[in-house]
Design a protein around this ligand. Structure first.
Ligand code: BGP
Length: 447
């Protein structure tokens, strides 16, 4: 028989500030790196997005109809500190206080990310995360949030997908933009910053449950050829364990460290960095899951020992991402086994070209299928004894994708951005997946 979801399971949905709020310069907000970047040709920028900054009361009312138990969102650092440091912008604090009050009306638990890809542009100009000064800036910002919103917010994530950011920086470095040393240094500085915040939270606000929010996935070798299996372990060590081992176990794994050494790119450390990192103990492992990854071995002498490839046994999304619900369960097993922390899924969902039908409804059976299959595997994982305490669909509302604007949508609620995906009335329409998820929540997942 199938296990039941726990009574207080957090059935949720997710957004991030720069992808949902818009209002890029409202009420004293400073520019973030997302505001100063040039969006890919043909996609909407991050100035207006879903206009969640102004429309959240309407959206939260729909969340209430949905029966949502938790809402995972991020606070925009540059609303509180327009230049990243200095004096706090009261209007920014007030805005998020209003957001929390509105969620409370519907008894929705806030699950809050402190930093989701939107570094204040002023800090980026001074070297961004590769500059140690950014550690202090982040810790000061985070302390302001924790002190101001305690005890209203219990569930916090420090940094969203630090490991994906590091991978992005690594790809850029390999293409000649920046150095591997800077990537490793930026990654290290984020470890120290997040650790200081976790320790501060525990010392000052013991009710808080805080942890990282990486993107962690099972890695498969393309074939049982030993070289492919070895390449898969290397990829796993760099993509997943490099991040999670440092954050949770307090140590760099030897595969990653050796990789840095080969390139003369080990991070510079202050004497107590590793003690700070090892002294911080996350309460939960929050993680984002979309797909697994499959790799094959490269030839000896190639720059990297592996190449990510499409898995021949899996279907994929319209945007080429492998779809792997079973891999979701494998991932949960691996994470719980290695890190021994309760799990909370902060993102899971399907990006697609959604189009309203003639009557205005949005039929998204592909999304329902994807979500249903993943929730089923989560239920099996819980049945095996893995403590999963919440699940958030990316995304609650349509919002701007990191690289594909509104052409790639994830929401349970459709947002009208016009034929060109860059204009429109911004009107909201619940998709079929909304009604489906409402039933899942009402039955506590026992559909
Ligand atoms: C995660 C990010 C989100 C989000 C999602 C979908 O990596 O945390 O911000 O956008 O992936 O990715 P994309 O928008 O690139 O399809």
């Amino acid at each position: 028989t199938l296990a039941h979801f726990p009574d207080h399971f957090l059935w949720g949905a997710s957004t991030s500030a720069y992808q949902y709020e818009g209002a890029y310069n409202a009420d004293g907000k400073g520019p973030s790196v997302q505001d100063t970047a040039t969006p890919p040709a043909g996609t909407a920028d991050f100035q207006l997005t879903s206009d969640g900054y102004h429309r959240y009361p309407e959206d939260f009312k729909l969340f209430g109809d949905l029966g949502l138990r938790s809402y995972r969102f991020s606070i925009a650092w540059s609303r509180l500190f327009p230049a990243g440091t200095g004096t706090v912008n009261q209007a920014g604090l007030d805005y998020y206080q209003n957001v929390l009050a509105e969620l409370q009306k519907y008894d929705i638990t806030p699950v809050v990310t402190l930093f989701h890809f939107d570094l204040p542009a002023a800090l980026e100009k001074q070297g961004g995360w590769a500059n140690r000064a950014t550690i202090k800036a982040f810790v000061d910002y985070a302390k302001t949030v924790l002190d101001h919103f305690s005890p209203q917010i219990v569930y916090y994530q420090t940094i969203n997908e630090q490991n994906s950011m590091a991978q992005g920086m690594l790809r850029a470095a390999l293409a000649g933009h920046g150095t591997l040393k800077d990537v490793v240094q930026a990654n290290h500085n984020m470890f120290v910053a997040a650790a200081e915040v976790i320790t501060y939270a525990h010392e000052h606000h013991p009710e808080i449950k805080i942890g990282p929010a990486p993107n962690l996935v099972a890695v498969y070798p393309l074939t049982p050829r030993p070289a492919d299996v070895l390449a898969a372990t290397t990829y796993d060590a760099l993509r997943n364990q490099l991040f999670a081992d440092v954050t949770i176990l307090g140590r760099y794994n030897h595969v990653a460290w050796h990789f840095f050494q080969q390139y003369g790119a080990t991070p510079d450390m202050a004497p107590d960095d590793m003690a700070i990192i090892a002294g911080a103990h996350p309460d939960l492992l929050y993680f984002n899951y979309y797909n697994t990854e499959t790799v094959r071995a490269n030839d000896p002498g190639d720059t990297l020992p592996f190449t990510p490839v499409r898995n021949p046994f899996l279907h994929h999304t319209q945007f080429g991402w492998d779809i792997d619900p079973v891999g979701f369960r494998t991932t949960m097993r691996q994470l719980y086994d290695r890190y021994d922390l309760p799990l909370m899924i902060t993102e899971n969902g399907l990006g697609a070209h959604d189009h309203p039908a003639a009557e205005g409804q949005v039929h998204d059976p592909y999304r329902i299928q994807y979500l249903n299959d993943h929730i089923y595997q989560m239920r099996l994982a819980i049945g095996e004894g893995i403590p999963v305490i919440g699940y958030h669909i990316w995304s609650a509302v349509d919002l701007v994708s990191t690289h594909e604007g509104f052409t790639k949508r994830y929401g349970l609620i459709y947002v009208d951005r016009g034929e060109d995906n860059a204009s429109g009335t911004l009107a909201r329409t619940p998709k079929d997946s909304f009604g489906w998820y409402r039933d899942v929540i009402a039955q506590n997942g026992a559909n």
